[in-house]
Design a protein around this ligand. Structure first.
Ligand SMILES: Nc1nc2c(ncn2[C@@H]2O[C@H](COP(=O)(O)OP(=O)(O)OP(=O)(O)O)[C@@H](O)[C@H]2O)c(=O)[nH]1
Ligand SMILES: [Mg+2]
Length: 301
């Protein structure tokens, strides 16, 4: 458990340092938290992208506590409210009976889909599961090779087609292979696409339909891979993808590179979609199953 908290803390260091630094500065200057300081606190919370409503709730409780006792433990109040706001569902994948559990990774360009597919395969293998990867990004140059490198790194076979091939056909073949081999998980990497491009969104829905011809319950997870540094624009991406293909959750990546890690809270609250994993670096073990308590601690501990 110490390892888990440390991982979250390291991954969220930028958001943590900025937010906690601001809170300390505000409280040091005016320990009794006058209205002006409360406004500054509100601005600092909003800047971390946790969402206006959650920020206001924290400020309201801080105001009440400091009116009552003269001083409020801002960090403890914020941690508690963020912990309560986040979905209590732990970051676990559904598991299909019979296997394989089919996990589709979708998202806009460059958010970390391929990298997350590799890291997730590693995580599952460490848990004793057998995993097959599907290179359904037949569009971007070198996408197939990139997934194959991840496959080698984590010891997973990759089912791929030719560049320019129909991505739904590749996914279909990969599902057949996963069924024949008795794999526990099939992770399908897809091409990056802008949530505003209707034809590309339709292509993704087709991929789901084709999978269902073989397994009516597939895909069991459709996860949006979201780059945390896009901040509030990520909310729009999540909305559009959810409407087009029905997301079951998110992977929020690159938390290590941003001071806007609060986006996880805003998405969880506004879209009622669980964040299942977070990406906190480029290495193979830099994907963490989401944990609300560890997240709140990492943000404000
Ligand atoms: N720091 C950091 N970098 C990450 C993380 N996840 C992915 N990256 C990096 O982001 C870059 C893009 O990752 P990819 O996995 O290729 O992204 P993608 O979504 O597959 O990209 P397209 O297929 O082109 O849409 C790579 O350089 C990754 O190493 C993360 O959690 N932290
Ligand atoms: Mg990719």
């Amino acid at each position: 458990m110490i390892g888990l908290f440390q991982k979250f803390r390291d991954g969220l260091a930028k958001t943590h340092d900025r937010l906690v630094g601001e809170i300390k500065r505000i409280v040091a200057r005016a320990p009794r938290l006058d209205p002006e300081s409360l406004e500054e606190l509100e601005a600092a919370l909003i800047a971390s992208d946790i969402g206006v409503e959650t920020a206001l709730r924290i400020v309201e409780e801080v105001r009440a506590a400091s009116a009552q006792t003269g001083e409020a433990d801002v960090g403890a109040i914020a941690r508690r409210i963020i912990g309560e706001t986040l979905s209590s569902q732990p970051g676990v994948l559904r598991s299909a009976t019979p296997p394989p559990t089919v996990v589709l990774l979708v998202g806009v360009n460059g958010t970390g889909k391929t990298t997350s597919a590799g890291k997730l395969a590693h995580l599952l293998k460490q848990d004793g599961q057998s995993v097959l990867l599907a290179a359904a990004d037949t569009f971007r140059a070198a996408a197939i090779e990139q997934l194959k490198i991840w496959g080698q790194r984590v010891g997973c076979d990759v089912i791929a087609g030719q560049y320019g091939a129909d991505s739904a056909a590749v996914a279909y073949d990969a599902l057949s292979a996963a069924i024949n081999r008795g794999c526990d998980y099939l992770l399908v990497d897809t091409a990056g696409r802008l949530h505003t491009k209707r034809n590309l969104m339709e292509e993704m829905a087709k991929l789901q339909r084709v999978l269902r011809k073989q397994r009516p319950d597939a895909p069991h997870e459709t996860l949006l891979v979201l780059d945390a540094s896009t901040g509030m624009n990520g909310l729009n991406q999540a909305r559009e993808f959810h409407q087009a293909v029905g997301l079951s959750g998110l992977i929020v990546t690159k938390l290590d590179g941003t001071a806007k890690g609060g986006i996880v809270v805003a998405i969880n609250r506004e879209l009622k979609l669980p964040v299942k994993f977070i990406g906190v670096g480029e290495q193979v073990d830099d994907l963490q199953p989401f944990d609300a308590k560890a997240f709140a601690e990492g943000l404000l501990g």
